[in-house]
Design a protein around this ligand. Structure first.
Ligand code: SAH
Length: 212
C-alpha cells in the first residue's frame, strides 16, 4: 500500500502517543510500554491498521504492535486511533528488515503477515516477508510456541512461501487455498482491508500458519 505523500505525516507520527519513537530502546522491555505482561503480537506491513485494531478490541489481554514503513499509510491508522483509542496497541514506522534490532529473543508471541508485497522479480525474493531470510529473523524474536500467520490472494507468493517455510526448517501447521470456504480455518477470521477488497473481487484467499 502506498498513498500519496501527505505533508505533515512524519510530524504527526513523531508527536503521536500511539507511535513508539526510537523503538530500539525498548528491545527486551516492550512490556513496560503496555504496563503489563500480556503477550505481544505484531503485524508487519499493517497498512491502515484495521486488522490490528479489530484484534485489539476482541482480545484486550493481548498487546499489539503494528509495523509499517510508510508514514502516509500509518497516519491513517493514527487518525482511527484518535477517534477510538485502544490501550493495547502501539505503532512503529520502520522497515521490517531491522526487526531483530527492536525485539529480544522470545519477546514476540505471534507474527501476522497480511497481503505482503509480492516482489515478483526473482532477484528481489529475499525482500519478500515470507522469504527464508525473514523466517530467520522471525526465529530470532518469536517465543518457542510462537507462530507466523500469513494471508494473501497471490498464488505465486503463496507457493513461494510454502517452499520457504520448508527451506527455513519450520513446520507448516495448517494451510488453505480458499480460506473463506474452509470452515475450520475461517473460524474467527478477521478480514484485513486488502482481504475485503480482493475477496469481493472473487479472488480466493490463501492462508498458512507456520511454527518451529
Ligand atoms: N496488511 C494490510 C496492508 C497490506 S499492503 C492489509 O492486509 O490490508 C502491504 C503493506 O505492508 C503496505 O502498507 C506496505 O507499505 C507495508 N510493507 C511492505 N513491506 C514492508 C516492510 N519491509 N517493512 C514495513 N512495512 C512493509
Amino acid at each position: 500500500m502506498r498513498l500519496r505523500n501527505i505533508p505533515g505525516s512524519r510530524e504527526a507520527i513523531a508527536e503521536s502517543r500511539w507511535c513508539v519513537q526510537e523503538p530500539e530502546q525498548f528491545k527486551g522491555n516492550w512490556n513496560q510500554i503496555f504496563g503489563n505482561r500480556n503477550p505481544i503480537h505484531i503485524e508487519i506491513g499493517m497498512g491502515k491498521g484495521r486488522f490490528l485494531m479489530a484484534n485489539a478490541q476482541e482480545h484486550p489481554q493481548t498487546n499489539y504492535i503494528g509495523i509499517e514503513k510508510y508514514s502516509s499509510v500509518l497516519l491513517r491508522a493514527l487518525q482511527k486511533m484518535e477517534d477510538a483509542p485502544l490501550e493495547n496497541i502501539r505503532f512503529i514506522r520502520m522497515e521490517a528488515e531491522s526487526i531483530t534490532d527492536i525485539f529480544e529473543e522470545g519477546e514476540v508471541g505471534k507474527i501476522y503477515l497480511n497481503f505482503s508485497d509480492p516482489w515478483p522479480k526473482d532477484r528481489h525474493a529475499k525482500r519478500r516477508l515470507t522469504s527464508r531470510q525473514f523466517f530467520a529473523r522471525y526465529h530470532a524474536i518469536l517465543q518457542k510456541e510462537g507462530c507466523v500467520e500469513f494471508k494473501t490472494d497471490n498464488e505465486k507468493l503463496f507457493d513461494f512461501s510454502l517452499e520457504e517455510v520448508e527451506a527455513a526448517g519450520w513446520t507448516l501447521d495448517k494451510h488453505t487455498r480458499d480460506l473463506h470456504h474452509d470452515q475450520a480455518m475461517a473460524q474467527g477470521n478477521i478480514m484485513t482491508e486488502y482481504e475485503e477488497r480482493f475477496s469481493s473481487m472473487g479472488n480466493p484467499i490463501y492462508k498458512l500458519i507456520a511454527s518451529r
